[in-house]
Design a protein around this ligand. Structure first.
Ligand code: URA
Length: 239
C-alpha cells in the first residue's frame, strides 16, 4: 500500500468509528476517538479509551496523560505526530469506568483493521486493558518493560509488543512514572529488533517464544530536561 492508500484506508475506518452505534458507549459520547498519527509509521501506541478531554476533542491522549505521553516520547527523541496513537475502545466509558468486555469485543475489529493497514513493527501498550489484548495471561506489574511477538490475529502481522503502564497511573505514582521512562527507553532497541525479524520473515514464528528484551538503558531521572526532537531527516520511524 502507498502512503496515500494507507491514509485513505485509515480515514475510512475513522468514519465508520464516528458513525458507530455498535455498543452502549455511543450513547454518552460527544465525539468518537478513532485515533491519529502518521500513516506510514512503524510504531503504534494503544491506550485504553478516551477520557473527558479526548471525548470533547475527538483526539486521543490530549489531556494530562497525553502531555506525559509526549514527554515520554520526547525522552527518546520521538514525536507524537511520527507514531500512531489509538485506543482499545473508541468512545468514552461513562465516568472513565473500565470498558466492559462486550464493549471491548464490539470495538475490537476497528483496532484490528487499523493494525492491518498500518502493519507496524512495534506496538506499545499503555495500561492493562491494552496489554490484555496483546499479552494475555499476565499482569501489568510483571509485563511492563517486557516484549513479545504479537499474535497476527490482532491484525499486526509481524510486530513486537512492548508493555507499559498507563500514563495516568504514572501521573499518580512517581515510581510508576520512573518505570515508564525506563520502559520507553527500551522502545528504539526493540524497534531495531522488530525490523531485523521482519527482514528475516521466514524465521518468524507467529506467537512464538518470548523475545529477549535488550538491556535496559541507564535510569533516566524524572527531572532531566526533555531532549530536543531530532531533525526531520534523522527520524527513523517510517518504512
Ligand atoms: N487514556 C487513554 O487510555 N486513552 C486516551 O486517549 C486518553 C486517556
Amino acid at each position: 500500500m502507498t502512503e496515500a492508500e494507507r491514509r485513505a484506508a485509515l480515514e475510512a475506518i475513522a468514519a465508520e468509528v464516528r458513525a458507530c452505534t455498535g455498543c452502549r458507549l455511543h450513547e454518552g459520547r460527544t465525539r468518537a476517538v478513532p485515533g491519529e498519527g502518521h500513516p506510514s509509521t512503524e510504531v503504534v501506541f494503544v491506550g485504553e479509551g478516551p477520557g473527558m478531554n479526548e471525548d470533547r476533542e475527538g483526539r486521543p491522549f490530549v489531556g494530562r496523560a497525553g502531555d506525559l505521553l509526549v514527554r515520554l516520547l520526547g525522552s527518546i527523541g520521538w514525536r507524537r505526530e511520527d507514531v500512531f496513537i489509538t485506543n482499545i475502545v473508541k468512545c468514552r466509558p461513562p465516568e472513565n469506568r473500565d470498558p466492559e468486555p462486550d464493549e471491548v469485543a464490539t470495538c475490537a475489529p476497528f483496532l484490528r483493521r487499523q493494525l492491518e493497514v498500518l502493519d507496524p513493527s512495534l506496538i506499545v501498550t499503555l495500561g492493562r486493558h491494552s496489554m490484555g489484548r496483546f499479552m494475555p495471561g499476565t499482569t501489568i506489574s510483571r509485563a511492563h518493560g517486557t516484549v513479545r511477538p504479537v499474535d497476527p490475529s490482532t491484525g499486526a502481522g509481524a510486530a513486537l509488543v512492548l508493555a507499559m503502564y498507563h500514563p495516568a497511573a504514572a501521573l499518580r505514582t512517581p515510581a510508576v512514572e520512573q518505570a515508564s521512562y525506563a520502559d520507553i527507553g527500551l522502545a528504539p532497541g526493540i524497534l531495531d529488533d522488530a525490523r531485523a525479524r521482519r527482514a528475516n520473515a521466514p524465521d518468524i514464528e507467529a506467537g512464538g517464544a518470548t523475545a529477549d528484551p535488550p538491556e535496559p538503558p541507564p535510569h533516566r531521572a524524572n527531572d532531566q530536561p526533555t531532549p530536543e526532537p531530532p531533525a526531520l531527516d534523522q527520524l527513523t520511524l517510517f518504512r
